[in-house]
Design a binder for this molecule. Structure first.
Ligand code: ZN
Length: 266
């Protein structure tokens, strides 16, 4: 785990924070909610076999713990693409209180009291914050989103639409599957190199007939290319597969699972 990460216990709720983010935020774990079965217990995803009532209760518990308004949780719609959406007043609460207007794996905002939520169960969920411009964002990237460069595009959209400055931005990559555990066939590194070019190569390790891609490494390189300073790029170092007792891992569970989230709120 990175030295800037802290494990927080608040009542039954367990989550991780990063000391580099001086705003309300969390990377949630399995612990502290009301869901049962494979979704036990803090499942934050709809459509995972959990009841809607349980998921809503879990959001209410999370809102209490973080001191954010539950009615304004605003959710990503994750389809492994590279669209980035700005959350303005009209869109706040989308995904929980009202239907979504977007299919965006990344959402960004300058609004206060508007917790942004991105989901993962191996994928890289990154929280972004610019203390100079007071804007924030959350970005979901599995290997496909990583290959499409969505994290760099999120930084660019924060700069273009919200006046953020990449040189003062901080990005924290949350619990996600790390290189040792992320075994693939050649299709994954091939497609990543097709879209991102030779920059991918240092992050691919060959092991016999299999490949291991360092998703956090590629995403860190994308952040650096987007203008972030190396010291402002944090990988939590938490691997969802190694720590599957704390986090849901899509691979470890063969997809029968709940989902955890990265949340950030100005
Ligand atoms: Zn691992």
């Amino acid at each position: 785990m990175d030295q800037t990460m802290r494990r927080v216990q608040k009542g039954a709720l367990t989550y991780y924070v990063c000391t580099r983010l001086p705003v309300r935020h969390a990377f949630t774990t399995k612990f502290g909610g009301v869901s049962a079965g494979p979704c036990e217990s803090l499942n934050l995803g709809f459509g995972r076999g959990d009841t809607e009532e349980n998921v809503r209760k879990n959001y209410a518990l999370l809102a209490d713990a973080l001191g954010v308004p539950a009615a304004r949780f605003t959710l990503t719609k994750q389809i492994h693409e590279d669209e980035v959406s700005v959350v303005s007043e009209q869109e706040s609460g989308m995904g929980l209180q009202k239907p979504m207007a977007w299919q965006s794996d990344a959402i960004i905002t300058a609004l206060g009291d508007t917790p942004l939520v991105g989901f993962g169960a191996d994928c890289v969920v990154t929280l972004l914050y610019d203390p100079a411009a007071r804007v924030c964002g959350v970005c979901h990237a599995g290997w496909r989103g990583t290959a499409k460069g969505i994290l760099g595009k999120t930084v660019a959209q924060m700069a273009e639409k919200l006046g953020a400055h990449p040189e003062t931005m901080v990005a924290v990559m949350g619990p996600s599957i790390h290189q040792e555990c992320f075994e693939t066939d050649s299709d994954v590194p091939d497609e990543m190199e097709r879209l991102l070019g030779a920059m991918v190569r240092p992050f691919v390790m060959e092991k016999g007939e299999k490949f291991h891609v360092d998703l956090q490494g590629v995403n860190a390189a994308l952040l650096a290319r987007a203008g972030l300073r190396p010291e402002n790029i944090v990988d939590s170092g938490l691997c969802t597969m190694c720590e599957h007792q704390t986090f849901w891992s899509h691979r470890h569970t063969n997809g029968v699972r709940g989902v955890q989230a990265g949340v950030i709120c100005l």
